[in-house]
Design a protein around this ligand. Structure first.
Ligand SMILES: CO[C@H](O)c1c[n+]2c([nH]1)[C@H](O)[C@@H](O)[C@H](O)[C@H]2CO
Length: 451
């Protein structure tokens, strides 16, 4: 940043990390007794993932994690957020335990601790065991029990030495992408199913928190949500109402039940006849089981106008021409991160927050000819978002840490390997890792705990 300005100092003990997810980086999806996940099935279904890409190899992180942990250490990372592939440890999702899967993650955790890097485990990052999907998956009310049993197994295995856990990564994306619009696994398109899946995701989250408390595991448990601030395109009543519907649908649909015990009132209008009758009070109480921290994934904002053709929230984003956009067509809008964090504090109270994902995809070449690989736009975008976090902290928001998305270039779901978010470049032909300039910029911030 500007060498002449006073540095933006972060609080002592602020946690600096990077994040990944199992199916996006591990590869070896069926190794050592693992069962298939819905993403193994989805990516092997023609037409579902760009270029027919799959997670069969990905970044080979299942085998190369020691090398990647050494790279994390070289950057000075203090924490690593990663997810457990549920079907590695329970190949059918329930019942039979695959000890080789548990042993793998125990080795990863112990290698991180040996390197002085705190594990931050996500129990569910979208890769549901396919065998559970065969039983209805997130549409089956039994999934809350299945998830609680899986969570209990992980807490019993690693709960003595993992300081941070989260139940779910982005339940909104699971329901909206997997059940409303069908662009993510398992690829369904139904507002009725999306509403059912949303409720069962919330129930599973609450049961997972209860399992954590009952297990006696140390550390803290949270929920990770994606938040995208909505700004009205105009002050017309139609645009203001559309903005509230869009905000309720994405930003309040999960946080209101978990943190306030209520559902956003606009959801009945958004889902229409698909919105179920009020849920039983005892289920709402499970959902509201108190959490220790909230994970916020932030990438962009949207400027919203009324649009009767846009299903289901009857609102659409107004393109922000002239603004910098990433390869995923997301406007770079750092102010939205500050606004989102202060919105959470003002609406839900000042619970501890970790930025569990923030990053940007800009073009990088398939192979890196230089080290570090220049990536000025990603570096600039990183700095601006860290300044936005600093501003939120200055406004009194209890932000405890930041995880860059992502440690590695990886499988960007239905985009395949076409979008690169990594601080570390991955040459998929050779699996060579190369530091990008943004990785060194991030390392400098970590070393100084300042920007
Ligand atoms: C709609 O943006 C979401 O906040 C979001 C963005 N991202 C995510 N959620 C997921 O948690 C990651 O697995 C993605 O790789 C990452 C980059 O696309």
């Amino acid at each position: 940043m500007n060498a002449h300005a006073d540095p933006l100092r972060f609080p002592p003990g602020f946690v600096w990390g990077a994040a990944t997810a199992a199916y996006q980086v591990e590869g070896s999806p069926l190794a050592d007794g693992a069962g298939p996940s819905i993403w193994h099935r989805f990516s092997h279904t023609p037409g579902r993932v760009r270029d027919g890409d799959t997670g069969d190899v990905a970044c080979d992180h299942y085998r190369r994690y020691p090398e990647d942990i050494a790279l994390m250490r070289s950057l000075g990372l203090q924490s690593y957020r990663f997810s457990i592939a549920w079907s590695r440890v329970l190949p059918e999702g329930r019942g039979r335990i695959n000890q080789a899967g548990l042993d793998h993650y125990a080795r990863v955790v112990d290698a991180l601790l040996e390197a002085g890097i705190a594990p931050n485990i996500t129990l569910y990052h979208w890769d549901l065991p396919a065998a559970l999907d065969d039983r209805g998956g997130w549409l089956n009310p039994d999934i809350a029990d299945w998830f609680a049993d899986y969570a209990t197994l992980m807490f019993r295995t690693l709960g003595d030495r993992v300081p941070l856990w989260s139940t779910l990564n982005e339940p909104w994306v699971v329901a909206d992408g997997g059940y409303m619009h069908g662009v993510l696994a398992p690829g369904h398109r139904s507002a009725f199913e999306a509403a059912i899946a949303a409720h069962h995701l919330l129930l599973a989250h609450g049961r997972g928190v209860q399992a954590f408390r009952a297990s006696g595991a140390r550390g803290q448990i949270g929920l990770v949500v994606n938040l995208e601030p909505k700004y009205p395109a105009s002050h017309s009543p139609a645009d203001l109402a559309a903005t509230l519907r869009a905000e309720a649908y994405m930003n309040r649909q999960y946080l209101d039940p978990v943190l306030r015990g209520t559902h956003a009132e606009e959801l009945a209008e958004v889902f229409g006849e698909a919105w179920p009758a009020p849920r039983p009070a005892e289920q709402m109480a499970v959902i509201r089981e108190p959490i220790d921290w909230l994970g916020v994934n932030y990438y962009t904002r949207s400027v919203v106008r009324a649009d009767e053709s846009a299903w289901p929230q009857r609102a659409s984003a107004v393109p922000q021409r002239g603004a910098l956009h990433t390869e995923t067509a997301w406007e770079v809008y750092p102010r939205g991160l500050t606004d989102t964090l202060t919105w959470v504090k003002n609406r839900y109270g000042n619970l501890p927050i970790y930025i569990t994902e923030n990053g940007s995809a800009f073009f990088d070449p398939p192979s890196a000819e230089v080290d570090p690989l220049p990536d000025p736009l990603r570096t600039q975008t990183l700095h601006k978002h860290l300044a936005a976090v600093h501003a939120a902290i200055g406004a009194g928001v209890d932000v405890r840490g930041y995880y860059a998305w992502s440690l590695l270039d990886n499988l960007e779901w239905a985009h395949g390997y076409s979008k690169r978010f990594g601080l570390l470049h991955v040459d998929y032909a050779t699996q060579r890792r190369t530091r990008k300039a943004s990785a060194l910029a991030y390392a400098a911030v970590i070393a100084a705990n300042a920007l």
